[in-house]
Design a protein. Structure first.
Length: 504
């Protein structure tokens, strides 16, 4: 019986890969599936209802349809132990595959996003990126694990998930999608650059793709406010600065709505807030003025003057605490220098220099973590579509990095008009890192991507909404860069229908 079962499974699998329908495998039989460098550790049907992730991931995923849950360990190197999960709808599969992303330093399967993808009818997968826990300490002395985190885990997961989907449903997914923000945006660009055949469509949000330079950008802000106590800006003054920015620049876009449609047009100088006499809650000391100016200034090499990473934007002041609040720098960045660049857990951020240390870090990275190549031609030429978005008040990844990357790709393919056939960037005014903020920050980029990939309908705008206490109080089109949303002059400025995407 066992050998007969085996033979049947092998036939099913081989035939599934050849796209010739036979019979679908049972969920439980997938436990015997043989794939390269892979141990399938479990395959079982999960009944409809809430799903309780394994220990250590306590947040219950509610209201899932019944699905086949496959877990596996991938070992592409002798030091690798990449955990993946593949979830396959028992009924109502939409015929597509959508992989989900990881934030920060990864280190855990993203059950919440898998649940969302499954509920939308996708077969879905996630990886722990090859290590456990959200710190970077895993990387010390483990270059192969750093490679797993950098790009290999998502690629290997993709190959294995597609094979498992094919075995289960007797056919390969019609289309494969990847959607991610922040580190997940970096994962998406890494896939498009290194493995252009993995996905037909990719949603990239606020990517950390310019990884090493971005870490210096984050430290630039930390140096502005955290190296000298006199330069520290208390959080209570963020609204003071923000109000002054709005007074100076809110109406430059024609609408007084507390949001800057295009912060690059705002040149507010915090000098206007300098205290006349003693320090007060409503003004900035001379040192605080200098600190705020530095936050608005791109990180630069002090010797060459060359820009390392763009600055925080005007309008982002309410969320400065993430990078400027202290007392220590954001841990995601401090971890990078301690465990990857200097391999010294006691390393002090105040000692960082923005010249030789940058060169050393870039060498150490060498493309393992940074995904900045503008060459997306192989992805585009096989029909790949990319939707990229970034909030203008992002407090973790400076927004102009996305514009710089987009322009680099456009240059590589012959201009923005050409790039727009395959790749569109949507800057979201007043949106924070991957969501939140005073501007419209809820939108369905994945649905727009599906339309583009499946029906050839490119997104000329994406409608975004803003909610307060769960109630939508504003909608607005997000426009493909370099266009901006312009008020038509009549009707409510809280209604997207009264705006048009126009050249800046
Ligand atoms: Ca405005």
């Amino acid at each position: 019986m066992q050998s007969r079962h085996w033979t049947l499974l092998q036939i099913v699998f081989a035939s599934a890969l050849a796209n010739s329908p036979l019979v679908a495998a049972t969920c439980e039989s997938l436990a015997s599936l043989k794939l390269p460098d892979t141990t399938v550790t479990s395959a079982q049907t999960v009944a409809a209802g809430p799903f309780t992730p394994p220990q250590g991931n306590a947040t219950v995923v509610p209201n899932l349809p019944s699905f086949c849950r496959v877990t596996a360990t991938l070992t592409p190197s002798s030091d690798s132990a990449i955990q993946i999960e593949v979830w396959l709808p028992s009924t109502g599969w939409n015929g597509n595959f959508q992989a989900v992303d990881n934030g920060g330093w990864g280190g855990s399967v993203n059950y919440a996003e898998m649940g969302t993808a499954l509920a939308r009818g996708y077969a879905t997968s996630s990886t722990d990126t090859g290590h456990t826990g959200g710190r970077a300490s895993f990387a010390m002395g483990h270059q192969e694990k750093l490679i797993d985190f950098g790009f290999r885990s998502v690629h290997e997961m993709t190959l294995k998930a597609k094979a498992i989907i094919a075995a289960f449903y007797e056919s390969a997914p019609k289309h494969s999608f990847f959607a991610g923000c922040s580190s997940g945006g970096r994962q998406g660009l890494m896939e498009a650059q290194r493995f252009p055949e993995d996905y037909d469509g990719i949603v990239v949000g606020a990517p950390t793709n310019n990884w090493t330079n971005m870490m210096f950008g984050r430290m630039w802000v930390a140096h502005a406010t955290l190296t000298d106590p006199a330069s520290h800006i208390p959080a209570s003054k963020y609204p003071v600065i923000h109000s002054a920015v709005l007074n100076a620049c809110d109406t430059l876009d024609g609408v007084k709505d507390g949001v800057l449609e295009d912060p690059t047009r705002c040149h507010f100088d915090p000098q206007v807030l300098q205290c006349k006499d003693a320090d007060e809650p409503s003004c900035l000391t001379k040192q605080q003025v200098e600190a705020a100016r530095k936050i608005y200034t791109p990180a630069k090499n002090p010797r060459t003057g060359q820009e390392i990473f763009p600055a925080m934007e005007r309008g982002s002041e309410l969320v400065w605490a993430t990078l400027a609040g202290g007392p220590a720098p954001i841990r995601l960045a401090e971890d990078y220098f301690r465990f990857v660049v200097f391999e010294d857990p006691q390393w002090d951020f105040k000692t960082l220099n923005f010249d030789g240390d940058l060169t050393n870090a870039q060498t150490r990275d060498g493309g393992t973590l940074t995904a900045a190549s503008p060459d997306l031609k192989p992805f585009f030429s096989r029909g790949g579509k990319l939707i990229h978005y970034h909030g203008w008040t992002d407090q973790q990844v400076m927004p102009r990095n996305s514009i710089n990357y987009y322009n680099s790709v456009a240059r590589a393919v012959g201009g923005i008009a050409k790039a727009a056939d395959s790749y569109r960037l949507f800057m979201a005014p007043g949106m924070n890192h991957c969501g939140g903020g005073d501007g419209p920050n809820t939108f369905d980029a994945l649905a727009a991507l599906e339309q583009w990939v499946e029906r050839g309908k490119a997104p000329d705008s994406i409608i975004a909404s803003h909610s307060t206490d769960g109630k939508v109080d504003r909608s607005r089109p997000l426009c493909p860069y370099p266009q901006v949303a312009k008020y038509k002059g009549t009707g409510s400025t809280d209604n997207a229908a009264n705006f048009a995407c126009v050249a800046p």
